[in-house]
Design a protein around this ligand. Structure first.
Ligand code: ADP
Length: 291
């Protein structure tokens, strides 16, 4: 401050007024830029929300398109079979002496194709249904036994030895029907896989308590998972089988997701699918945890 200002109080006030005016001007400018920035952020947020909604719509449409293409692909083979065998039957019926044996065989093939269409529709409905688990307390060993029992004829036909190793009194708080369905799909896949290989066929199902979680592992002695398939295994319609729909594991994944449970797969002799049920799916009566 100059000596002139120190000695002159009016000058001092003028200077102060100028400083305050400058300060007010800067504050006003800052307020304006703040408001402008605020509006810009709101506009960008709105733009981002719009872009996200658009992306979500595109994703859903893409998934729907993939699903429609998958279903169309799956039903084409049995439809082609029905078309072929009905034509053969009707050609046969125009003959003076129709070959009834051939007609019966062809009718059987039509029935097979219809069964296969029915299986596709059932799988699609299972996959598409809303997964709202109705949780109840169920015993893990009951679930596993019921799933094995549901596939018993195929297990026996394929001469698969079954070993169940389930911790005593292991209780789950889950939708029993859904989890049983998931186990059945894994068992069906394990048996199908073992039919592809000549090794001794053994299905091992273990259920153990691990800390506050329950872990169920379904292991087979088949060829295991090819590394190039591992990424796509749970994708709807991914299949390497002539008669598969590729929905089995996608259904298993959805069922586990609906319970907040996880599924993983690794190779050990054959394939091992491991289901991990979190603490809120488990009922432990005693406090002692198992490491
Ligand atoms: P699908 O059984 O109709 O083919 P899935 O979704 O159940 O459909 O299985 C997808 C694919 O995953 C199968 O085609 C097969 O290649 C592979 N896979 C599933 N389970 C096993 C298993 N236990 N061992 C080897 N490969 C398996």
């Amino acid at each position: 401050m100059s000596t002139d200002t120190i000695n002159n109080p009016d000058r001092k006030l003028d200077d102060l007024a100028q400083i305050i005016a400058a300060y007010n001007q800067v504050t006003e400018k800052l307020r304006h830029s703040h408001d402008a920035l605020h509006d810009e952020v709101a506009r960008l947020r709105e733009q981002l929300a719009g872009a996200n909604a658009q992306l979500e719509r595109s994703r859903r449409l893409a998934a729907l398109g993939e699903m429609a293409a998958g279903i169309a692909h799956e039903i084409r083979n049995p439809l082609a079979a029905i078309h072929l065998y009905t034509r053969l039957i009707s050609d046969d019926l125009t003959l003076a002496s129709p070959n009834t044996q051939a007609a019966t065989d062809n009718a059987g093939k039509i029935a097979d194709a219809v069964r296969s269409l029915n299986a596709i529709v059932t799988d699609v409905l299972h996959f598409a249904r809303e997964m709202l688990p109705r949780r109840r307390t169920v015993s893990a060993s009951d679930l596993i036994e019921r799933a094995v029992c549901a596939h018993r004829p195929a297990i026996e036909q394929a001469q698969v030895a079954v070993s169940m190793q389930v911790d005593d009194d292991l209780l789950l708080e889950v939708d029993g029907d859904l989890v049983q369905q998931a186990l059945l799909n894994l068992i069906r896949n394990a048996v199908d896989a073992m039919c592809e290989s000549q090794t001794r066929r053994k299905l091992t199902i273990k259920a153990v308590r691990r800390g506050r979680e329950v872990v169920i592992a379904v292991a087979d002695t088949g060829p295991g998972i090819a590394p190039e398939h591992a990424e796509r295994l749970f994708n709807p319609f991914f299949t390497t089988r002539n008669t598969g729909t590729g929905l089995g594991l996608a259904i298993v994944h959805r069922i586990l997701d609906a319970h907040g449970a996880a599924i993983s797969v690794r190779n050990q002799r054959g394939a091992v699918f491991t289901l991990t049920f979190p603490a809120d799916c488990c009922v432990f009566e005693s406090a002692g945890a198992i490491a």
